[in-house]
Design a protein around this ligand. Structure first.
Ligand code: PLP
Length: 330
């Protein structure tokens, strides 16, 4: 109860949203909250709209509950954001849920209040529910501010707001997430949770309570470090021939487009896709990045900068050396 109350205080203070503890479930991480929500709401035949590139677990979890992921493809040119028209077109009588993730993993895009208002206008005319994964809320740059879609009163009853302590407090291993939603959804999710895990670890709940009660300033230093790393990486990436990258406004990932290297040769073998590109970086440079295919976008790779600046500097030196052995095709 103490932690649920602290979560309600957080939602009030940070997001100006009123929730009571009976509208909150504490889960074993935000990933678990997404899974519980899908298990409680979806069944065979339901469609779940996923802006793509998407966080890789969403698609697998939607498949797991026998629902059908409906991808809304975006690219660098629109900063990886969906348009209201695109959303409108994708909604059918089978659409159960839209999954929104702002700031986004893997692209770092952040929806502004105006952009969310446009999306809200489309959703208002439907009965589609909205899962809003706000786990990177605290990590934004360049005066970009996170806005929760739950703050639009017309949608409030249909929003499942998900957050946790993994990212803002670097507490991934503690496995505490939470969700806030209307009472009926919370009751359904509580049933799923009570028969699958009973409760989130009580020791981690105490630790999360300490995190939520900590003075907000403790996050500022961490975000400053992420900001420096982001700036370093973008300036380095821009110098590599054939690589383009839009500037992430949040989270701690870069999502550069490396498709100009497809068709280039490395040790007599052609690079066909993002997986081949990543394998070469791993083998030749000893640098691990994730193929964009895992996030629904073959043309890209995902770099995580949740590591020290020195490591990133070393990694970029090595990537530069490896890329000098390849020639972009166009
Ligand atoms: N949601 C997104 C978009 C993520 O990127 C992640 C972790 O990478 C999670 C949820 C999972 O968070 P947690 O560690 O709280 O389960």
């Amino acid at each position: 109860m103490e932690l649920k109350e602290a979560i309600c205080n957080k939602l009030k203070q940070d997001n100006d949203l009123d929730y009571s503890p009976s509208q909150v479930v504490v889960t074993c991480g935000a990933k678990h909250a997404v899974m519980n929500t899908l298990l409680a709401l979806c069944q065979r035949g339901d469609e779940v709209i996923l802006p793509s590139p998407y966080w890789t677990s969403y698609a697998q979890q939607v498949n797991f509950v026998d629902a059908r992921p409906v991808m809304l493809h975006t690219n660098d040119e629109t900063d990886f954001k969906i348009t209201p028209g695109q959303l409108q077109e994708a909604i059918t009588s089978q659409t159960k849920l839209l999954i929104l993730n702002s700031p986004s993993n893997p692209t770092g895009c952040v929806y502004s209040e105006t952009e969310l208002a446009e999306i809200a206008k489309v959703l208002e005319r439907t009965e589609v529910m909205i899962l809003s994964d706000e786990i990177y809320e605290k990590i934004t740059y360049d005066d970009e501010e996170h806005v929760s879609i739950a703050s639009f009163p017309s949608l409030r009853q249909r929003v499942i707001l998900i957050n946790g302590v993994s990212k803002a407090y670097a507490m991934t291993g503690w496995r505490i997430g939470y969700m806030a939603a209307n009472q009926a959804i919370i009751e359904a999710v509580s049933k799923v949770q009570s028969h699958s895990t009973s409760n989130a670890c009580s020791i981690s709940q105490k630790a999360s309570l300490a995190a939520l009660r900590a003075e907000p300033g403790i996050i500022i230093e961490m975000v400053k470090s992420f900001y420096e790393r982001r700036n370093f990486l973008i300036s380095r990436l821009q110098k590599f021939p054939g690589i383009t990258c839009s500037l992430p406004k949040g989270a701690f990932y870069m999502f550069p487009n490396v498709s100009k290297y497809f068709g280039a040769e490395y040790q007599g073998k052609a690079i066909r896709n993002s997986t081949d590109f990543c394998s070469i970086l791993l083998e030749d440079a000893g640098v691990a990045v994730v193929p964009g295919g895992a996030f629904g976008s073959e043309n890209h790779v995902r770099i995580s900068y949740a590591t020290a600046l020195e490591n990133l500097k070393e990694a970029m030196e090595r990537v530069e050396l490896t890329l000098s052995k390849l020639r972009p095709v166009s």
